[in-house]
Design a protein around this ligand. Structure first.
Ligand code: F6P
Length: 554
């Protein structure tokens, strides 16, 4: 289909979305016989239920037509083939190659050499992890490692932390993990509090090796080691690096044996599958890490092979896109009912908002549609006691994504069942609401007119309108395979949305400006320096105030 076809498909979807105001989800569930079959499916061990959206069957047809008109399949194939889908940086986005089984699709995906390189790095990670886990790897004083401090930020932090938490059932009994991302000195103090440098391993993870927070924290940690008696000659026993910038890591002082490399075709927010995942492998072991890769690969295959209408990441993307149009201003609320997935929202925020928070398309012109809804949320049941009130009765409608893992094993206090029942109960409440007429008898049953009024008044306050959309992702259990598949599902959803909007989901130019300005401002904090004449008056006043505050502290 030519671009006119795409524009026409967009107009059709938008027209239907504008007309969707009065739709009742309950009516769709009752009246559309094929709804469950079309909008719920199983993929790579995950069950996805998208039936509870204000999305009628004909609108789904229009969305699928838009997906075809946007050449979704050929764009997906181009990503797998290693073409430069990151068009503003002229790079492939080949995270799928990191989880392709040895000798399988990797050659076809990525061209020469990549499969062997990926396998070699994984093998090195395996050997290193086994050595640290077994205690064969010794620190400078001959003791085994007990604590790992991982330094990194953004994609070099969120994925590894999430994976360590998600695979907690397999965590190594001796190794404890701390994650240091923020440049706030208090974050550093907290990360090393109580640790013995002699039994600590630091991992410095930075694709670019230039990121301010990671660079400063790495220097601080090196100083901390030195103060603890670990000199430069012994540092290789206590500090390793993960990077795509080998030269800079060497300049920092790391020997090649201490560097786990990956390549620039791995985007930061897609990098858990590369050497960046080392903490997860150290914690859960090489076998589980490889199981996580296998689960992600199963989702990669599903995304590559399933027809659009039965393709989990594609359907997830289409429903998300529909909600941006049918519910203007709606955000995406992600609620994993799983303590082990408590950091999923933070990972998803970077994935979806850094990838698709863009306002111009491939041609450089403004995108005509809203992109990248705000993603937020937190673990259930905690968030039921904070923001769920607004989801049930607030004036805004925000679709909720329930991620539920069937809890294993009998629990004497029934906590697992309570967790599961809470997720299902909240989901029912969002859909069905309640009238409010079931108010307490004291207000309802009084005979006189005033009491009748009070009952109606209270009912209005108690009423939940319902008809609030939600999705469900059900995992039979949270194991390494399903965890990998879950993350890959979201990665592909994000890429599919980017292709629908025709933006570059793999660059992140927007984050650069603030970093650059921080670099220009930092020297001006030094009171000995003259403030430049061209400084904006409000910034000058602020800097003068900060300088004066510091001076008054002495
Ligand atoms: O500031 C955004 C960003 O570039 C992310 O895309 C990236 O994940 C993060 O910073 C960390 O970058 P690096 O791994 O190069 O330190």
């Amino acid at each position: 289909m030519n671009d006119d076809g795409r524009s026409e498909a967009w107009r059709e979807v938008a027209r239907r979305a504008r007309a969707s105001g009065g739709i009742r989800i309950a009516s769709l569930l009752r009246d559309e016989p094929a709804r469950a079959q079309r909008l719920s499916l199983d993929a790579a061990g995950l069950h996805l239920d998208l039936t509870r959206h204000r999305l009628p069957g004909e609108a789904l047809d229009a969305l699928l037509a838009l997906a075809r008109a946007s050449s979704l399949e050929s764009r997906r194939d181009a990503m797998y083939a290693g073409e430069e889908v990151n068009f503003t940086e002229q790079r492939p986005a080949l995270h799928v190659a990191l989880r392709a089984p040895a000798g399988a699709a990797a050659g076809a995906i990525a061209g020469e050499g990549i499969a062997a390189e990926v396998a070699a790095t994984l093998d090195r990670m395996d050997r290193f992890s086994e050595a640290v886990r077994s205690g064969e790897w010794r620190g400078a004083t001959g003791q085994p490692i007990s604590h790992v401090v991982h330094i990194g930020i953004g994609g070099s932090h969120l994925g590894p932390q999430l994976a360590c938490e998600a695979l907690i059932d397999h965590a190594h009994p001796r190794l404890r993990f701390r994650f240091l991302s923020n440049v706030d000195p208090r974050a550093f103090d907290r990360a090393v509090n109580g640790l013995d440098p002699a039994t600590t391993l630091a991992i410095v993870a930075s694709k670019s090796w230039h990121t301010l927070e990671t660079a400063r924290n790495a220097q601080a940690l090196r100083r901390w080691f030195a103060a603890g008696g670990i000199g430069h000659g012994d540092l290789h026993r206590h500090l390793v690096g993960i990077t795509a910038n080998l030269e800079a890591a060497r300049a920092f002082g790391l020997a090649p044996e201490s560097i786990f490399p990956f390549r620039d075709w791995v985007g930061g927010r897609y990098s858990l599958w590369s050497a960046i995942g080392l903490p997860a492998m150290l914690s859960a072991g090489p076998q589980r890490f490889r199981a996580m890769l296998a689960g992600a690969h199963a989702m990669d295959r599903h995304f590559a092979e399933a027809p659009l209408a039965a393709n989990a990441p594609v359907l997830l993307a289409l429903v998300s896109l529909w909600n941006t149009l049918a519910l203007p201003g709606a955000t995406e609320v992600v609620v994993p009912y799983s303590d082990a997935l408590r950091s999923l929202t933070a990972w998803l925020q970077q994935l979806q908002m850094e990838s698709n928070g863009k306002r111009v398309g491939r041609d450089g012109a403004a995108v005509a549609w809203p992109t990248a809804p705000v993603v937020w949320g937190g673990p259930g049941t905690d968030v039921q006691h904070s923001f769920f009130q607004a989801l049930h009765q607030g004036t805004g409608v925000h679709p909720v994504e329930f991620i539920v893992a069937v809890p294993s094993g009998p629990d004497p206090e029934g906590r697992g069942d309570a967790l599961l029942a809470s997720a299902l109960g909240q989901r029912e409440a969002l859909l069905h609401g309640r009238s409010g007429n079931d108010a307490p008898a004291a207000a309802q049953g009084a005979p006189d007119a005033a009491a009748g009024h009070a009952a109606a008044w209270l009912a209005a306050h108690r009423a939940c309108p319902g008809n609030r959309p939600s999705s469900l992702i059900l995992l039979d259990r949270l194991d390494a395979e399903r965890f990998g598949a879950l993350l890959a599902l979201y990665e592909h959803k994000t890429a599919a949305l980017g292709w629908l909007w025709d933006i570059d989901s793999f660059d992140q130019w927007g984050v650069e400006l603030g970093k650059q300005l921080a670099g220009e401002i930092e020297p001006l904090l030094d009171a000995a320096r003259e403030l430049p004449a061209q400084l904006a008056p409000d910034l000058r006043a602020l800097l003068e105030r900060i300088r004066a505050t510091r001076a008054s502290r002495g």
